[in-house]
Design a protein around this ligand. Sequence first.
Ligand code: NAP
Ligand code: F7E
Length: 363
Amino acid sequence: MKRALITGVTGQDGSFLAELLLEKGYDVHGTIRRSSVDFRERIAHLEGHPHFHLHYADLGDSMSIMQVVSKVRPDEIYNLAAQSHVQVSFDSPEFTADVDATGVLRILEAVRLCGLAGSCRIYQASTSELYGKVEEVPQNERTPFHPYSPYAVAKLYGFWIVKEYREAYGMYCCSGILFNHESERRGETFVTRKITLAAARIAQGKQEKLYLGNLSSLRDWGYAKDYVECMWLILQQPEPDDYVIATGEQHSVREFCLLAFRRAGIELEFVGEGENEKGIDKATGRVVVEVSPDFYRPTDVVNLWGDPTKAKKELGWDPTKKTSFEELVNLMVDADMAKVAVERAGEQVKLNLEEYLEKGIVK
Ligand code: NAP
Ligand code: F7E
């Protein structure tokens, strides 16, 4: 039985990857961090599985990394742990550098010091943000990098140190340069999930308006569950290498909004420009989307579009046979419509109970 270690198992990708590896018969070990509130909802359904194990470790703490690597002695490590929010990286640049850059080095050194350099394969979660202020469109493995945020600069170090250890020590370590991938498990402050949750809340009368930043920003958005398959495929190749993983399609934030609100039952029309642009509910004339400069970034990446030709040819991974853009938007909105409906039902039960208690119907 192969042993895999996933750092960042509580995240969107970590949870999907853990499911995939368990299905493939792996013994799966994941790292978690201590927190004052226990927030592990993405992996709650896996806890108790006989081949799913959790260990405390922090990418900022070499000793904890050494400890978990020496204890698990994994055949494969998937390094997904990161401060992954680009906007937050402007507010916490040093923490982001420590975790997203030096953290990668800590993993590589732990593997070497534990004598696993010849046996343990390592996947590093690299990112399309490396292309940043893009130098060509679409972007492939040969496109020059131009990182454009503290997050991207930290991830650039991660990318290069992985390449360095591959060349210097012959280690099997690879980067997946993944373009944006989303899901019903996406963090609520990333733009796609922020939109699907707001569309569901507005449609069910629980929110008035959605405030967004740059509506014209372009992304190549795929489905996270499809993308974790590539992480595994990348580590199964005869030779270690780096791969772009993308759909090969590009859409704007505005387009994402239009589809999401439509799925929630609201037909939108955008009018105006720049900070004055508004999304109007065509049926009622009500403004439901507005622009707020609070969500503008000091430097923003606005033109990401991946070319997945190499992954298609060498990994046999074909994005045209995977979840389409519209299917992705729909599945995210459907999940949030259900989540909001459950929340509303819960609130109603609470109101009823309060009323019954007040009237003495229940004691
Ligand atoms: P995510 O949902 O934000 O998950 C990040 C994970 O990292 C969480 O489990 C988090 O733990 C953990 N983590 C954060 N800081 C840590 C630290 N100091 N030590 C240990 N663990 C730490 O991110 P994701 O979307 O799944 O992305 C996974 C990886 O792929 C990240 O490295 C991200 O940068 C990269 N990436 C993502 C995308 C994308 O579109 N999703 C694209 C390209 C690359 P807590 O739950 O305790 O916070
Ligand atoms: O922003 C614009 C924003 O935060 C996408 C991470 O997983 O993917 C993710 O990073 C775009 C940007 O993702 C809002 O300015 C407009 O241009 O959803 P996002 P991201 O920055 O692309 C990459 C590949 C990663 O590696 C990262 O880990 O949308 N945008 N209005 C907004 N973005 C947010 N968050 N909120 C807004 O209100």
